[in-house]
Design a binder for this molecule. Structure first.
Ligand code: C2E
Ligand code: CA
Ligand code: CA
Length: 519
């Protein structure tokens, strides 16, 4: 019996994008939640401190009033005064006098028949005040109350005094403590069992905030779960699910874009064999007399599968996937064939063809151009090859290649001048006979953009160069007037004069313009 082993490939990319989205979502939620929770904790702690200070102040004034009673302790008048204090101080549950460690009378209970001994204090504060926390020693109820003994006055705090501080969220706690010895007066929430308040640095809670009032009372708010750790299981599940979903969505988008790119390569290869390319020609106009002096050949691809694809899109793909050389050969052949009669009739008329850097380094290209020029009987002087640097090329090695073209009387034009990596460096190294100023500069004429300043600089630079100066992308009369003023010898190209057109339209355009019927 044969055992088949199935090897399944793990879908690594979707998993990675899901994981990335998940980590970003978890991290972002964690940070945002933590920030929100910290602000809430701070607000709560400030409120609690304010409230606790109010309670403390209220109890203190009650005690001071009792201490300054003009009557004999536990006398009828003194007890009346103490009872009045209960009405005046809402956080005071009872107040009385202590003698030799025994409570002898209080506002609520009057003079005790039998004095009640006080248990040992939980803490003696720096100011000499003894403090009992949650004591039920004096009153036999299930209520636990806080007591302070200041001198001989015992004050019992109302068990409901701090109710307003309780926080509805069980993950939040607060400790009210004295600043000097960090003795804990009161705790709320999960932090019930503490005698000594931790300092802000010592707390183990992931989020904490402490502040103190002028009366040395401090409040520290703590959160035992913060950020995503405070989310419920179902909330966490929704978050994980949503981020996985968006991670997968993102992956599908990227995958689709990549597939489209790959399909473009596939269809571009087909287009080369099925010859789906055509050429349009855009006239180049001498600005001084508006006469056409040449054309630029621009490739067009009307794909059976993809429809019309813009040249700047597919040329880039062709360059990347090594298909550009075949396209360039086709463009050269087609444009020379179509322009043959026009070039023959007008010996000064030029044909410009775009080349990629890869074309320039293709040693078979120049022989191909020369062969085609011979085949279509085109003079070398009528040919211009436009080069543009989409990537930083080695201008020194290119200069040798450019030299071979110029030695064959073929002109080289620096396309898109003013953009890219090193046009000025190129100018120095390449012996170009023409410069084409990029349309972004032309179109900055008459605008306030920074390019206007650069344009002025480029104009003065161009004035000093002994090359043909072409301005592309001329769309308005204002741009044409500006160029004419600063560069009267300029050649222009743009929609103001003519859009790229097929050869038959070009021929009727040329016959009109040369007969004085031009624009
Ligand atoms: P490019 O060489 O700078 O060509 C000029 C582009 O500007 C052309 O776009 C042209 O249609 C457009 N244009 C002309 N006048 C105006 C105007 O007044 N305003 C505006 N906004 N645009 C104007 P196109 O034909 O889409 O070509 C885009 C780019 O594709 C070309 O830029 C060139 O880099 C590349 N390309 C086109 N054909 C070829 C080719 O045969 N070979 C190579 N290697 N690249 C080509
Ligand atoms: Ca060009
Ligand atoms: Ca250009």
């Amino acid at each position: 019996m044969q055992v088949k082993v199935f090897s399944k490939r793990l879908p690594v990319e979707p998993i990675i994008s899901v994981l990335i989205c998940l980590s970003i979502a978890l991290w972002a939620t964690h940070v945002v939640l933590q920030k929100k929770q910290w602000t809430a904790l701070k607000n709560y702690s400030d409120y609690a401190l304010n409230y606790a200070s109010g309670v403390t102040a209220d109890l203190k004034t009650g005690v001071v009033s009792a201490q300054s009673s003009p009557y004999t302790a536990c006398s009828h008048n003194d007890l009346e005064l103490l009872r009045d204090l209960l009405w005046q101080h809402k956080y005071l549950k009872d107040i009385g006098h202590v003698q030799n460690g025994n409570l002898i009378c209080s506002a609520e209970r009057g003079v005790l028949k039998e004095a009640v001994a006080l248990p040992p204090a939980d803490a003696v504060l720096n100011n000499g005040v003894s403090f009992w926390r949650n004591s039920s020693a004096l009153i036999r109820t299930h209520f636990e109350m806080d007591m302070t003994l200041t001198g001989s006055v015992l004050a019992i705090t109302s068990p409901f005094a701090f109710d307003a501080i309780r926080y509805p969220d069980p993950t939040v706690s607060a400790i009210i403590y004295s600043k000097n010895n960090r003795y804990v007066f009161k705790t709320f929430g999960f932090n019930q069992q503490r005698d000594l308040a931790p300092s802000a640095k010592m707390t183990s809670a992931p989020l904490s905030y402490a502040s103190c009032s002028e009366v040395n009372v401090c409040v520290m708010g703590e959160r035992d779960r913060a950020g995503i750790f405070s989310l419920s299981f179902s909330q966490l599940l929704i978050l994980v699910f949503a981020s996985c979903l968006s991670g997968f969505g993102l992956y599908s988008l990227v995958h689709k874009a990549r597939k489209h790119r790959h399909s473009m390569v596939y269809h571009l290869k087909n287009a080369i064999t099925k010859d789906e390319f055509s050429i349009v020609f855009q006239p180049k106009i001498r600005l001084s007399d508006s006469m056409p002096v040449g054309v630029e050949a621009l490739v067009r691809w009307d794909s059976h599968a993809l429809g019309v694809v813009r040249p700047d899109v597919f040329i880039e793909v062709a360059e990347k996937y090594g298909l550009i050389r075949k396209i360039t050969h086709r463009v050269i052949d087609l444009s020379m064939a179509q322009m043959q009669t026009t070039l023959d009739a007008k010996p000064d008329f030029t044909l410009s063809i775009n080349l990629s850097i890869q074309d320039l380094t293709d040693l078979s290209l120049l022989p191909f151009i020369l062969a085609k020029a011979k085949q279509y009987k085109i003079q070398h002087e009528q040919l211009v090859f436009e080069i543009t640097e989409r990537s930083a090329g080695d201008s020194v090695s290119l200069s040798d290649i450019v030299k071979q073209y110029t030695e064959a009387d073929i002109s080289i034009s620096l396309d898109d001048f003013g953009t890219g990596y090193s046009n000025l460096a190129w100018l120095g190294h390449l012996n170009a006979s023409e410069i084409k100023v990029d349309k972004s500069f032309t179109q900055s004429i008459g605008t306030d953009s920074i390019n206007q300043t650069m344009l002025d600089a480029i104009f003065s630079l161009l004035q000093r160069l002994n090359v043909v100066r072409v301005f592309e992308g001329v769309e308005t009369q204002e741009q044409a007037d500006y160029i004419l003023k600063y560069c009267p010898q300029a050649i222009v190209q743009g929609w103001l004069y003519a859009k790229p057109m097929p050869i038959d339209q070009l021929q009727s355009y040329l016959s009109q313009t040369t007969n004085g019927l031009g624009r």
